[in-house]
Design a protein around this ligand. Sequence first.
Ligand SMILES: Cc1ncc(COP(=O)(O)O)c(C=O)c1O
Length: 417
Amino acid sequence: MSQSLQVSAYDALASVNVGPRGHSLLPGGFGKTMLAVGPWSPTAVRGEGWRIWDDTGRELVDLNATFTSNVHGNAHPVIVAAVTRAAANGMAFGLPNAYEIEHARRLVQRIASLDQVRFANSGTEALQLAVRLARARTGRSRVIVINGSYHGWGDSLLPTMGAKAERGIPAGTLAETEVVAFNDVAALRDTVSENPKQFAAILLDLLPNRIGMVPPSDAFLEEAMKLSRQHGIALVVDEVISFRLGYGGLTTARKVDADLVCLGKMIGGGLPIGALVGKPDWMAGLNPMHADVLEHGGTFSANPLSMAAGMATLDLLDEAALTHIGDLGQRFRDRLVEPLGRHGWAPRGQGSLCRLFPAFARDNAEILALQKRLWWALYERGVLVAKHGVCAISTVMDTDVIDRTADLIADAVEQLA
Ligand SMILES: Cc1ncc(COP(=O)(O)O)c(C=O)c1O
């Protein structure tokens, strides 16, 4: 297939615009790197159900779903009502609020192996807190991360993303992070065995998106669990994206004996959130009644609005809803396998998540370049995905929209080829 791709929207706009509507008020025109699909981007105006509209008047099928967060689509009436009630009741307080306890109750009911919750404002914060807890309890400083797994933008965990991501992180911090190859059981075993008393935590993602949405093997998970038990290393599972794949997330589905699970995105119902769910032994470091309590702040952590939106989201996401989006996801991938496969692309993922992956690409730079071009080809056809080709199916979709959208994706890939 030809590598000289041509997507008119991207190439033409590249020379004339800077950022969304040419805004020089934002560095490079963008508020975050994740949104930079080129030197220019449309801006969002409104969303309803599985549709959103941009400032050019274009209607888009929202498969981005705010980077997988909006599991019930945009402005779901039940979630809007819950947030409106919480807002009318005072927005946020300098006292504990009852929502926080009710949300926590839902999380530990879903992840039956864990007992306590601490809320934060993002997935990154939850992961940062997990690492601090692990270091404080073990008295060790080093952490093991899997090459290519994204765990947010905190200093300790970013080195998984390669040399470019290491800029601005002190050498001393980088030296505390050991990066192990994905699914390499021997490398994981050897790394720990060489000096087990150095490691505070092993970080795992059960469907790492940036690696290409392929699950870790049973053998890899078994080894991580064994090493963590043998050497008292915290096993930390990042379910910021994958929690929407099962009632108790993939931790429960794959029977992973995690000490700490980090959540975010979907559990906030579209509002900012992070959560650390853990075993009491590990969570004890956050008990303010203890003299050696760890520092964890966050003016808006556990704010009533995020809690209310999150609770409504979880209540709507029962087994029937999970089966519905899981079935739609399977149908979506099945319909894409052949037309994408013809051009070397693969619809990877599981359940309600799919990543449109250029399996023929030689390195990360080529993968990203291809996916940006696909993004624009899809945008021209009225479909919004994430910059990395991630598609997230929401409960408000049906077979009709899934089939039509899959056909538009097949057409876009055909055009790129
Ligand atoms: C697997 C994973 N972990 C952590 C994060 C960080 O979450 P947040 O963007 O809420 O800080 C992300 C964000 O995309 C993620 O995909």
